[in-house]
Design a binder for this molecule. Structure first.
Ligand SMILES: Nc1nc2c(ncn2[C@@H]2O[C@H](COP(=O)(O)OP(=O)(O)OP(=O)(O)O)[C@@H](O)[C@H]2O)c(=O)[nH]1
Ligand SMILES: [Mg+2]
Ligand SMILES: [Zn+2]
Length: 373
């Protein structure tokens, strides 16, 4: 090999190894080879309004987004975890994503504009989503089921971390309960005081996998980041200290490179798990009920009172719990509502919903009045 060829090979190898450390894969390499090579790939590690922090190797740069990308009606905007091309401090391209963890934003349910913009990207190109749920007041299996639905829908592998496991001796009963609602999903207890439990998480990320932490405020996401990093890089706060209006300690999304390898994205606590509009089924979260339902006598069985209902039979024999069926029904009601909204205008559905509620209230009042007569 000639000297110059040798040098360029060495450069290429060191360039690739720097990117691989950040999760670069053949999927992105292929896109890169088809692109303008005067720009360099980088991974988005922070988004602060219109300034993006990107990482290339060990260095972090602050860059802005090309105006042309702002104007794209596609709604594609870089999120933490994205791979982008940077040229002279400007993001010129966003690589096609492997996956995107996203949710419906809270509070805006009607209006045409909201329809276009109510999908919020949380993080991109993930190997795992760690659902963090504290074994304190935070513990809520129904909420875990909702997180699971969100994560599965985005095509991402979930892992459930039951944090603050030191508050329950032993936490086994909780682990079993969550395993029962999340068949096939790894469920691990986690505690700040149990180094092995933290090491297990670090091992999952080794050597260059990426995970995003999601869970309610105060569940211990930032505490885990500090444990993994081996130093306090994230501010944490006890639930009792959260006074005033800012209930969330973490307010930004950031990606951290771990000392042993692997990356983890800290997120602010999610107050409302908005399920996405494209979401269509609950098969991944309730495979047991779904497969029983296929054996019901009627294909449109609601599993409430029908004869030949295999699901009710399973409840009678204790094969599944009625609580689980209850959560399944609730989730499906919500998915029906989402699907309905897709077909009708959001305003009309909302109006009908309120008509339905006011009718219920009226009936209730009438009944109350009759009782007093
Ligand atoms: N006992 C116990 N407390 C913990 C553990 N992990 C976290 N905590 C406490 O839980 C509180 C909240 O932790 P954070 O890490 O700030 O929670 P967070 O999920 O980042 O919260 P937001 O940033 O608001 O979303 C802190 O007081 C932590 O000390 C644990 O393993 N055991
Ligand atoms: Mg936090
Ligand atoms: Zn049935």
């Amino acid at each position: 090999m000639q000297k110059s060829q040798e040098n360029s090979q060495i450069n290429k190898n060191s360039f690739l190894s720097r990117l691989t450390k950040l999760g670069w894969s053949p999927f992105f390499q292929q896109q890169y080879e088809n692109s303008a090579l005067d720009s360099a790939p980088a991974r988005v590690v922070g988004v602060h309004r219109h300034v993006f922090s990107v990482m290339q190797g060990d260095e972090v740069f602050h860059v802005s987004l090309a105006g042309r990308l702002y104007n794209q009606a596609t709604g594609i905007y870089p999120v933490v975890g994205d791979w982008v091309l940077v040229n002279e401090q400007i993001i010129t391209n966003i690589f096609t994503r492997n996956n995107l963890l996203s949710r419906k934003t809270a509070g805006r349910r009607s209006g045409r504009k909201a329809e276009l913009h109510d999908e919020q990207g949380i993080a991109a190109n993930l190997d795992f989503a760690f659902i963090v749920c504290g074994l304190d007041r935070d513990y809520n299996p129904a909420r875990i089921e909702r997180y699971l639905t969100l994560v599965y829908h985005c095509g991402i592998e979930p892992v459930i971390l039951l944090s603050k496991s030191d508050l329950q001796h032993p936490p086994d009963q909780f682990v079993c309960e969550v395993e029962a609602i999340a068949p096939g999903v790894p469920v691990y207890p986690l505690s700040l005081y149990d180094t092995d439990s933290v090491t297990r998480v670090a091992t999952m990320l080794y050597p260059h996998r990426t995970a995003a932490l999601i869970g309610s405020s105060g569940s211990g996401k930032s505490t885990l980041i500090n444990q993994l990093a081996g130093k306090d890089i994230r501010h944490t706060q006890s639930v009792g200290e959260r006074v005033g209006k800012g209930r969330h300690t973490t307010t930004s999304r950031d990606l951290f490179l771990l000392p042993e390898g692997g990356m983890v994205i800290d997120n602010p606590g999610i107050r409302e798990i908005g399920l996405s509009r494209q979401l269509t089924d609950s098969r991944n979260v309730f495979p047991d009920i779904e497969s029983l339902a296929e054996q019901c006598r009627f294909s449109n069985c609601t599993h409430t009172c029908e004869p030949g209902c295999r699901v009710l039979e399973a409840i009678a024999t204790g094969e599944i719990s009625s609580r689980r069926l209850n959560n399944y029904t609730k989730l499906n009601d919500e998915l029906d509502y989402i699907r309905e909204r897709q077909n009708k205008s959001a305003d009309r559905v909302e109006k009908e919903r309120w008509q339905h509620i006011s009718k219920k209230v009226k009936n209730f009042k009438n009944r109350k009045n009759q009782q007093w007569k």
